[in-house]
Design a protein around this ligand. Structure first.
Ligand code: MC0
Length: 146
């Protein structure tokens, strides 16, 4: 079962400036930040609210760390904006297997490491009406390191 919007991923050219926009305009603060070398991103998670499944919803601001990353490629083509949506689930393995059976391409054979120690996979945007869609199972204890 998918039980929350875990995050909305927003691609940006300059993470620090974008974080400052969200702070100054809306009052959202950085809950967590990290570099994910595998995904080629530097990211900031801005917590919006807790959710009824015990998790939370975030905005995820993403700046590419290398030219060949998926986010750099997307920015070059589209400019800044919403890059993907992510649904939270207690069991990313079971969810992705079930969705694959429905004919949607799941991009990773095995879930990979996502933000804050989560396990993630992606669904192909061409099979999801143009929306790159991520599935997330949070780590049992969420880190709040900055
Ligand atoms: C590409 N396309 C998208 C899209 N990215 N459509 C909607 N939203 C996106 N974000 C479309 C392109 O416009 C193109 O359509 C077609 O998909 C093929 O794209 P491409 O530019 O030729 O690129 P590919 O095929 O090499 O790669 C696309 C693919 C890739 C979705 C497979 O971006 C991917 O593997 N993404 C998953 C990983 C990811 O995005 N990581 C960054 C976030 P046309 O019509 O022009 O053919 S990391 C993250 O979020 C982590 C840290 C976390 O949450 O914890």
């Amino acid at each position: 079962m998918l039980t929350r919007i875990d995050h909305i991923g927003i691609a940006c050219f300059d993470l620090d400036r974008t974080v400052e926009f969200y702070r100054a305009t809306y009052g959202f603060e950085v809950f967590h930040s990290e570099v994910n070398e595998e995904q080629g991103v530097r990211e900031a998670m801005l917590k919006i609210n807790d959710t009824s499944d015990g998790g939370a919803s975030y905005l995820q601001l993403l700046e590419p760390t290398r030219e060949d990353s998926t986010v750099a490629k997307w920015l070059a083509k589209n400019g800044e904006g919403v890059h993907h949506i992510a649904f939270g689930t207690a069991d990313v393995d079971a969810e992705s297997a079930g969705i694959k059976e429905k004919g949607v391409r799941v991009l990773y054979e095995e879930p990979r490491r996502g933000s804050m120690g989560s396990r993630i996979t992606f669904l192909h945007p061409k099979d999801c009406h143009g929306v790159l869609t991520e599935l997330v199972t949070s780590a049992p204890v969420e880190s709040s390191e900055h």
